[in-house]
Design a protein around this ligand. Structure first.
Ligand SMILES: NC(=O)c1ccc[n+]([C@@H]2O[C@H](COP(=O)([O-])OP(=O)(O)OC[C@H]3O[C@@H](n4cnc5c(N)ncnc54)[C@H](OP(=O)(O)O)[C@@H]3O)[C@@H](O)[C@H]2O)c1
Length: 497
């Protein structure tokens, strides 16, 4: 899903990370920048500026970055010369985003360079969303934004439609939409981009990719971990806001979208938006029937005892759901009547992100006297881990005598098909920001359309006396999630099927 109009690498870049000492910066952003630097992809004249309230000088911050890279980059990819080069690029600015008197420090550092007018300035907001507005206002006030600047927003962009609009308005007062990069890191994954290539750079799928031949689609994003020490944050959010509103709906869009005329900056986003706008709105009765929310209890994950959500949270008054399953429909010519089943949860039996497109059974049983039966063809796209694709077919088992039918699969494993490791999604996305290519980022109208669809679910749940259904840690979720499909004569596709 590369843009057909690749953007040029700037000669100079100041990459400022607000929240430079945080988990996201140290675990994901700095390692991604290191790995791109290692391959010579960063502009030579790049500085990386971590911003936080911590009392750190450059040397102390560099020590923290060095330790983070040692922890989060594979040892065989850590080259001492590249590491030294990267660390020389790194600076720390102590600044409370809400304290106007601190901002002269960032102003001073950004201005203190030869190529100030030519440098692309990236402002990465790796802080809570309440700081997005004050940070953007101050950046404008101190005069370090220009037409070449970019701002990067992490999820969550709001906790409902109104707050998303308010954040988008605040950031939009300072930056043009073309300068705003809203990250959904799922879109940076190789397998997700390959989904579009598979659909649109080959001919065999397109005639089948519609309600005539597709029975239904399943999208699963499961984690085996619980909320850990982020329970306080998570309990304000829950699985619907944290995962469905962004990652799962983005995956659904890529499966369901029409082919754009070409893959370009806006064309893919235009098509994704149409899918979001075509999602059938859920009434309170639909929410009751077509959604399931769950919360993990104690159990065993991989044979190891795992605590309940209440225990992880430290109290029993948690509000959030840690699991969601739902049935969605895309109301357009291609997909009319085809259910899209989405599920996501924490503390499940495995960690996986996968899309399964289940095709219809053959219209006529041609092998009435055979052993074994036909099974519906399925295209299984594994987003993580072990990125790849499997096409499930029915074949004749070799041998004399009668015909015995057996399910077989054509497997494409990225690891074996391509002799190189897939880059982390952040590596691709950060380079797209530096180059100014927004194709893989969410546009404002997409984010707001996704909230518009999700919000009636939040409202109906809030009004309902029902509590999330309990499921034991280490399982595939509450029984009600299985019943959601059984009711339609279907079952969730599990890995051994
Ligand atoms: N971690 C992830 O994997 C991840 C993934 C997706 C989205 N996100 C989102 O990204 C944001 C950051 O997440 P995180 O996990 O990195 O959080 P975190 O570990 O709590 O880090 C927060 C960072 O913000 C800084 N900060 C807080 N208040 C500040 C202020 N007033 N002025 C300047 N700096 C301030 C903190 O440093 P000081 O306390 O020293 O100021 C720290 O560097 C959150 O909105 C989160 O939802 C995180």
């Amino acid at each position: 899903m590369q843009s057909s109009t690749p953007s040029a690498l700037p000669a100079a870049c100041d990459f400022t990370v607000f929240g430079g000492t945080g988990d996201l910066a140290l675990r994901k952003l700095l390692p991604a920048l290191y790995l791109r630097d290692r391959d010579g992809h960063l502009p030579d004249d790049t500085r990386i500026i971590g911003v936080s309230r911590s009392e750190l000088d450059d040397a102390e911050y560099r020590d923290d970055v060095r330790a983070a890279l040692a922890e989060h980059v594979d040892a065989d990819r850590l080259d001492p010369d590249v590491l030294d080069r990267l660390l020389r690029r790194v600076h720390h600015v102590r600044l409370d985003a809400t304290a106007p008197e601190d901002w002269h420090r960032l102003h001073g550092l950004l201005k203190d360079r030869d190529a100030y007018d030519d440098a692309v300035r990236v402002f990465y907001l790796a802080v809570g969303p309440s700081l997005f507005d004050p940070i953007c206002r101050r950046l404008e006030e101190i005069g370090v934004t220009d037409a070449g600047s970019r701002v990067v927003m992490e999820k969550p962009v709001g906790h409902d439609l109104a707050s998303a609009r308010s954040i988008n308005d605040a950031v939009g007062r300072v930056f043009e939409e073309s300068q705003i990069f809203r990250i959904d890191h799922y879109l940076g994954k190789e397998s997700v981009q390959n989904l579009l290539v598979t659909r649109f750079a080959n001919t065999f799928l397109e005639p089948l990719w519609n309600s005539r031949w597709v029975d239904h689609v399943q999208i699963t994003v499961a984690e085996s971990l619980g909320v850990g020490d982020r329970g306080g944050y998570y309990d304000q959010s829950g699985a619907l806001r944290d995962m469905v509103q962004n990652h799962l709906l983005q995956l659904l869009c890529l499966v369901a979208m029409e082919p754009p005329t070409y893959v370009g900056r806006e064309t893919v986003r235009d098509e994704k938006l149409k899918v979001l706008q075509a999602l059938r709105p859920l009434t309170p009765a639909d929410v009751e029937r077509d959604t399931v929310r769950g919360r993990y209890g104690a159990g065993l994950v991989d044979g190891v005892p795992a605590a309940s959500y209440a225990d992880d949270l430290g109290h029993a008054d948690g509000r959030a759901e840690t699991f969601v399953a739902l049935r969605a429909e895309v109301q357009n010519w291609r997909w009319a009547g085809v259910p899209f089943y989405l599920r996501t949860g924490k503390r499940m039996d495995r960690r996986t992100s996968e899309i399964v497109v289940v095709f219809k059974e053959p219209p006529h049983a041609m092998f009435p006297h055979s052993e074994g039966g036909t099974t519906a063809n399925r295209l299984h796209i594994q987003v993580q881990p072990d990125e790849g694709m499997r096409l499930h077919l029915t074949a004749k088992e070799p041998g004399p005598g009668g015909i015995r039918l057996r399910p077989v699969s054509l497997d494409l494993s990225y690891a074996t098909a391509f002799d190189q490791a897939s880059p982390d999604a952040y590596e691709r996305l950060l380079m797209d920001v530096i180059r100014g290519n927004p194709t893989l980022f969410m546009r404002r109208d997409e984010v707001e359309a996704a909230w518009s669809w999700v919000e009636p679910i939040l409202t109906a749940w809030a009004a309902s006396p029902a509590r999330p259904k309990s499921y034991p840690a280490g399982t595939s979720g509450p029984i009600a999630a299985a019943m959601l499909l059984e009711r339609d004569g279907r079952t969730w596709q599990e890995p051994d099927q």
